[in-house]
Structures are given as C-alpha cells and as structure tokens.
Write a protein that binds this ligand. Structure first.
Ligand SMILES: Cc1cc2nc3c(=O)[nH]c(=O)nc-3n(C[C@H](O)[C@H](O)[C@H](O)COP(=O)(O)OP(=O)(O)OC[C@H]3O[C@@H](n4cnc5c(N)ncnc54)[C@H](O)[C@@H]3O)c2cc1C
Length: 358
C-alpha cells in the first residue's frame, strides 16, 4: 500500500512538496483557494492591468496522481487533520505549509479568484485617481510598492512613514544606501523615526483625502493609503500534542530535519517556521526540498537531511527596471541585474512550469 501524505497549504512551499512527492506517495494537497496566487508579483498585479490575471494559476495542472482538496484545515493534531467541511484525514505524514497573512495588496485574502481580481481592479481605479499616496511601513513591501506606484504613475506623490530609524535592518549599509538613492531619484518621500498620531479616516486602498499629524511634528496629507506591515503566520489550527510547538509569535518550532519537536510524522515549512532566516518563497522552496528528501528517506530508507538557516538575502525591485539585490554569496547587485533576475518578469516562468502551463 502506498504511503499517504497530506500537505496543508498550497503556497510556494506546499505546492513544491506536493508536486515532488506525487510520483512516490498518495498526496492530498489541502488548500481553500481556487487558484495558486503568485504573491511575489502581487504589487505589480495591482498597478499594471496586464499583470492582474498573471497572478493566478489553476491547481488542476499541478499533480498527476494526487488530488487538490479545496478545503481548509481547522485542526491538526498528532493523529490527523480535521477539515472545515467536516472531513478527517489520517495520512502517514503531514506537511504544514500554511504560510502567513499580510494586509492587501501584498496578499490577497479572497478564496475565489473572480473576487480577488475584482478587488485588485477596483483598488487600481481608486489608486489611479489618487494624487498623493501614503504607505505605512518601510519594509520590503512598502518600498517595493512605492517603486511600483512611481513606475506606473511617475507624477504621483508617494510618502512612506515608518517609526524605525532606518530601512531594512539586517542588510548591509551599502545596500540600504543604494535603495535610498533610487527612492530619492524616483522622488519618493521617506519619513523615518515617526508615525501617524491617529489612524487615517479612510479604509486602506480607498480614495479619500485625509490629513494626519506625525509624532515627530508636522503632518501628512494623502488621498489614499496602504498598510505595509503586519504579517502573521497561519497556525491557529495546531491542536493536541502539536499545540506546544506553537510559539507566542504564532510561528512553529521545528527540528533541523523540519519535523515538529517529538513528532515523527509532522513537518512544517515556509513562513510558519520559527527559524532565524528571511520569510521568503525561496526559503519555503529550500525547506520543501529538505522535506521531500526526508519523506522519501522515511519511505525508502536512508539518512534524513537537515536545513541550516541562511544569511540575509533580498531581491527588491523598484518597478520593472529599478531596485537592488543582496545575498552574502554575490554581494549587492544593481538595478539592471535586479530587473533581469526578477523585476522585468517577476519569475512567472517558474510557476507556468510548475502548474503545467509552459
Ligand atoms: C509583495 C510580496 C513580495 C514578495 N516577494 C518575494 C520575493 O521576491 N522572493 C521571495 O523569495 N519571497 C517573496 N515574498 C515572500 C513569499 O511570498 C513568502 O515567503 C511565501 O509566500 C511563503 O511561502 P509558504 O509556502 O510558506 O506560504 P504561502 O505562500 O503564504 O502559502 C500558504 C498557503 O496556505 C493556505 N492556507 C492557509 N491556512 C490554511 C489552512 N488552515 N488550511 C489549508 N490551507 C491553508 C493559504 O491559502 C496559502 O495558499 C514576497 C511576499 C510578498 C507579500
């Protein structure tokens, strides 16, 4: 009888595990969304109408033998998975790959793709009519969104506000300086070490002019704002003896072989893991490779592999032709290289291949 594997969450990590185990195990991928959403390109999808449809990939092309169950795990314990539909799975192995939530437009919280696309299009219309755009948060999402807005509408005023004193802590000063130089060149106003003293009167993404005071003195007026901070891992479903692996942050503790402590049959990968490394699709893919190798070893025999968290890395486009990239092995890469490796194509060909569209 074939080994059964339930993969919970069909994002960057989960789809890789499901696809790669499809030929050696009976795989069930549990995912509430109608389509895979290529969130790495979500901000391009907001500003550029040609990109909106390119964010969505049907799960139907992913697996040959296994199935994709359009459902949601409401409880996962040491013995199996309880689904929102009421069903129960009791596989040999469970891979938790439920990722994280992030405010729109960086992540899109609709499970049906028509509603998701309608929300993106409606927000783009609001954005198109706004002269002054305020982004709260100068992390990778706020900075990338500033670059996308400026690339699509150079005439708009874009201001980023963040209480931190510096952008992108943990990255080399030269990298931060290069990003700041390009933001200056684009005319993006960066207000660091300050915060709004009261919340904007409008909803995020809604065109409605407001003025708010800044904690450092002065005020800021904008026609529309977005929240560019506040990611949170999806792990509330952990139950039974798995619940103790859940940290106060919501992240899940894992051993070096990516199993939950004391759990021989339950793995976790990607954004939910409590590992000291960047929360990246690239990292979720690295975790997926280790888990695929380990489930294979558990089925066929052999040594288990371990994952060692890597150093800081980022590829930060500022529009299709701007931005910079940093990784320890390569150092700082310029705008042209960043455009070549990410900004011009947002890595869609990888997903066209994964979902059988290439
Ligand atoms: C704007 C933006 C740009 C980014 N750019 C890059 C980049 O250039 N390079 C890079 O490497 N990373 C990038 N990232 C980070 C990257 O998107 C995440 O690190 C990555 O999505 C994590 O993958 P994951 O598999 O852990 O989870 P996710 O991709 O978040 O997938 C989790 C899946 O689980 C599903 N799920 C959630 N709860 C349940 C449940 N209870 N039951 C079943 N399914 C569930 C969700 O619907 C989702 O489909 C970017 C992120 C954003 C927001």
């Amino acid at each position: 009888m074939s080994t059964t594997v339930a993969v919970i969450g069909g994002g960057y990590g989960g789809t890789t595990v499901a696809k790669e185990l499809d030929s050696i195990a009976d795989v069930v991928l549990v995912e509430p969304r109608e389509d895979f959403v290529h969130h790495v390109a979500a901000l391009r999808g907001l500003v550029d109408p040609e990109w909106t449809d390119r964010l969505f990939y049907p799960y139907s092309g992913l697996l040959e033998r296994g199935r994709v169950l359009r459902d949601r795990a409401v409880s996962v314990d040491q013995d199996g998975v309880t689904l929102a539909s009421g069903g129960r799975l009791t596989p040999d192995y469970v891979v938790l790959a439920t990722g994280s939530a992030y405010p729109f437009p960086a992540k899109i919280d609709f499970r049906d793709s028509a509603s998701a696309k309608a929300k993106i299009r409606a927000t783009r219309e609001e954005l198109a009519g706004a002269g002054k755009v305020l982004l709260l948060g100068a992390g990778p999402v706020g900075l990338e969104l500033a670059g996308e807005v400026k690339a699509a509408w150079p005439e708009k005023a874009v201001t980023i506000v963040d209480p931190a004193k510096e952008i992108l802590p943990g990255f080399p000063a030269d990298f931060r300086a290069e990003i700041r130089r390009q933001l200056d060149e684009l005319g993006v106003e960066l207000l660091l070490g300050t915060a709004l003293t009261e919340a904007p009167i409008s909803e995020p993404g809604q065109a409605k002019t407001f003025t708010s005071s800044l904690s450092s003195g002065g005020e800021v007026t904008a026609d529309l704002w977005f929240q560019c901070y506040g990611g949170a891992p999806h792990t509330a479903y952990l139950d039974g003896s798995l619940a103790s692996a859940r940290q106060p942050s919501g992240q899940v503790s894992v051993e070096a072989d990516l199993r939950l402590p004391g759990q021989p049959r339950v793995f976790a990968i990607g954004d939910i893991t409590a590992l000291p490394e960047g929360k990246l699709a690239k990292v979720a893919g690295d975790h997926a490779e280790v888990v695929v190798a380990n489930i294979r070893a558990l089925i066929e025999g052999g040594e288990l592999r371990t994952h060692t968290p890597g150093g800081p890395m980022i590829s930060l486009p500022l529009g299709p032709s701007g931005g910079a990239t940093y990784a320890e092995e390569v150092g700082i890469l310029d705008a042209a290289t960043t455009s070549e490796i990410k900004g011009s194509h947002m890595m869609v060909s990888r997903y066209e291949e994964l979902f059988g569209l290439a």
